[in-house]
Design a protein around this ligand. Sequence first.
Ligand SMILES: *Cc1c(COP(=O)(O)O)cnc(C)c1O
Length: 224
Amino acid sequence: MPVNSEEYKKITGELKDKKVTLVAVSKTKPVEDILELYHLGQRDFGENYVQELVDKYEQLPKDIRWHFIGHLQSNKVKLIAPFVSLIHSVDSEKLLKEINKQGAKNNRIIDCLLQVHIAKEETKFGLDEEELKELFTTDLVNGTDYKNVSVKGLMGMASFTDNAEIVRKEFKSLKILFDQFTIHHSPFTILSMGMSSDYKIAIEEGSNMVRIGSLLFGERAAKK
Ligand SMILES: *Cc1c(COP(=O)(O)O)cnc(C)c1O
């Protein structure tokens, strides 16, 4: 299926005025599709699977900013640590520690977002509010233990439902947390929320980074 360039232009037009960053989610899609959007000017791409991301990184232009948005296992961090731009899905201290360790090995500071569980569904990964607060020990804030990670903000996924009010409520709750942390713990700058079906609501509720896949690349085949 070809890339939907009309939709791409429409979305980037909408987002530009609002200063919202578009992450084009290219998981399961071929490098040809990514290149097509690249030639239209897109530089931020999101992937969910480590090996797929590594393969695409090797084949594609080096000025692409790669976002890792899927569930990340600690033992795979080393594969993406040399080049990943932003990891959206940090959901444990163990993972944060490993990213820090691999950041040090690669002599870089890796930008991360903490994934917060805002949806009702049990299946979605993420920290709850308590875990988020626990993670924000003074060491993380002062950077003494975590010199090679930089926590830039929060990421969340709303429930998979047609009920826009539920989705809006969940995004609102994440924005509230984002504002609280910015005041009390750390100056967060990135709030990653919104996908193809709900990005407009997410932006209304304060998102400044949306992760859009199927609207740009067409529907994906069933999950592998
Ligand atoms: C797949 C995925 C997206 C994109 O979903 P679409 O509905 O295709 O826009 C966004 N965020 C995450 C975390 C994803 O896994």
